[in-house]
Design a protein around this ligand. Structure first.
Ligand SMILES: Cc1ncc(COP(=O)(O)O)c(C=O)c1O
Length: 384
C-alpha cells in the first residue's frame, strides 16, 4: 500500500465562494443584515419551524438561549456525560448546575430513562445531544417529563443538520434547537450557528439575548429612516452572526440533503471493512437517518493512545470525540464526580478515537486508512 497523508478533515468551500463576500461588501451591512435574514427564512423552511436566528457559535447561542429561558443560579440542567465540553460549559456560564447522566452503551445517546432518573424539583432544562449525527428520541424524552413542572428541551444539534428520526427533523418536539456551523461541520462558515424554535415568546427573548439584551437590533433601529430608541429589560450577550459569514451558508443548505449520500457511502464503506475486525463502532437505530458528521471507533483503553501514535506515524489525522465531560478536572473536582456513575461514557471516552470522514475524501485515501486499521490497529487489540 502506498504511503500517503490523509487529513482528519478537508473543507469543501472553494475560493470561488469569495464572490459571496464581494456581494456583502456592496451592501451597507457588514454585520447581521439582509443576507442573515434570507438565511434565517431558509432555515425556518428547511426545519419546518416558525423562527430561526443565526448566531456566531453554538456556544454563544446556547448561553443566549439559557439567559432567555431565565436559567441561572439555583437551577439544574441535565446534560449527557458523553458530549463535547461546550454542552456543559454553557450551563456553568449562566451560573446553573449541570447534572450529568450516562448514555446508552450501543448508540452512546442519552435516553428518556436516564433523564427521568436525574430530574429534581430544580431541573429547568435538559440538553439532549445528537451525538456524531444520530438523533436522540426527543418525542420520547418529552413524554417522560413531569407535566406539573416546566422543563425545557434544548436540542444540541452541533453534530447534525440533515439528520432525521422517524422521518422528523430536529426542532419538532423540543422547545429550541441549536446548530453549529464550526469549521468541520457538515454546513459551515468557519464559526457560526443557528437557533430554531416554534415558541414565539421565547424567540423574542432570544433575539434580545444575542444582542446584549437590546430591544432592537442595528437594522431595526433605523427602520423607515428614523432612529428608534432601544431599551434593555433582560441581560444578554453578543452572539449574532455577521452577513460576512452568513453569506457562505445558502448554497450549502440548499445542497445538504443531496450531498448526504457522499458521507453515507464513506461511512458504510468503513462499517463494511471493519465488520470482522476487533474495532467497534456505535450502532444506528433503524429509524434514523444519520448525518455522518463523525466516524468514531472503539479500540479499547489499553490500545487507544498507542493507536493514535500509530495513526500519526502513518500521517492519518485522528482525534478523540470525546473523553467523558465527567472526567475533566474542572467538573470532576467541582462536583466530586465518581467514575462508576458514568461507566459507559468514561469507558468509551478512554478507548475511542475518530477517523477521517469528509465529503471530498478520495477512495484511495479511505483504502489507506482502512488498510492501517485492519493490519496495524486491529491486531493490537486484546494483546496486552
Ligand atoms: C456536541 C457539541 N456541542 C456544542 C459544540 C460547540 O459548538 P461551537 O464550536 O459552534 O460553539 C460542539 C462543537 O464541536 C459540539 O461538538
Amino acid at each position: 500500500m502506498v504511503h500517503m497523508q490523509v487529513p482528519f478533515y478537508r473543507h469543501s468551500l472553494a475560493p470561488e465562494n469569495s464572490k459571496y463576500v464581494a456581494k456583502v461588501l456592496e451592501t451597507p451591512f457588514l454585520t447581521s443584515g439582509p443576507i442573515s435574514k434570507e438565511v434565517e427564512a431558509q432555515l425556518s423552511e428547511y426545519f419546518g419551524v416558525k423562527h430561526a436566528k443565526l448566531v456566531n457559535s453554538w456556544t454563544n447561542g446556547a448561553v443566549a438561549t439559557l439567559l432567555a429561558l431565565d436559567i441561572g443560579p439555583g437551577d439544574e440542567v441535565i446534560v449527557p456525560a458523553m458530549t463535547f465540553i461546550a454542552t456543559a460549559n454553557v450551563v456553568e456560564l449562566v451560573g446553573a448546575k449541570p447534572i450529568f447522566v450516562d448514555c446508552d452503551p450501543d448508540t452512546l445517546l442519552i435516553t428518556p430513562e436516564l433523564i427521568k432518573a436525574a430530574i429534581t424539583k430544580k431541573t429547568k432544562a435538559v440538553i439532549p445531544v445528537h451525538m456524531y449525527g444520530q438523533m436522540c428520541d426527543i418525542k420520547a424524552i418529552k413524554e417522560i417529563l413531569p407535566k406539573d413542572q416546566k422543563i425545557s428541551i434544548i436540542e444540541d444539534c452541533a453534530h447534525t443538520f440533515e439528520a432525521k428520526f422517524r422521518g422528523e427533523r430536529p426542532g419538532k418536539h423540543s422547545d429550541v434547537s441549536i446548530f453549529s456551523f464550526y469549521a468541520t461541520k457538515n454546513v459551515t462558515c468557519g464559526e457560526g450557528g443557528a437557533i430554531v424554535t416554534n415558541d414565539s415568546n421565547l424567540f423574542e427573548r432570544i433575539i434580545q439575548a444575542i444582542l446584549h439584551g437590546m430591544s432592537a437590533g442595528a437594522a431595526d433601529r433605523f427602520k423607515a429612516g428614523q432612529y428608534k430608541h432601544w431599551g434593555m429589560d433582560h441581560l444578554g450577550t453578543k452572539a449574532n452572526l455577521p452577513d460576512l459569514l452568513a453569506c457562505f451558508l445558502p448554497g450549502q443548505i440548499e445542497s445538504i440533503d443531496a450531498r448526504l449520500y457522499l458521507r453515507e457511502e464513506l461511512a458504510q464503506r468503513y462499517e463494511k471493512a471493519l465488520k470482522d475486525s476487533k474495532i467497534l463502532f456505535p450502532s444506528i437505530n433503524s429509524e434514523a437517518i444519520h448525518s455522518r458528521h463523525l466516524f468514531p471507533i472503539y479500540v479499547g483503553i489499553e490500545v487507544r493512545d498507542q493507536a493514535l501514535l500509530k495513526l500519526g506515524e502513518k500521517q492519518i489525522g485522528a482525534t478523540v470525540n470525546y473523553r467523558s465531560v465527567t472526567s475533566m478536572n474542572f467538573y470532576k473536582n467541582k462536583y466530586e464526580l465518581s467514575r462508576e456513575k458514568f461507566e459507559v461514557s468514561e469507558t468509551w471516552g478512554e478507548g475511542t478515537l475518530t477517523i477521517p470522514l469528509f465529503e471530498s475524501m478520495k477512495e484511495e485515501e479511505q483504502e489507506y486508512v482502512i488498510d492501517i486499521l485492519i493490519n496495524e490497529i486491529s491486531p493490537m487489540i486484546g494483546k496486552s
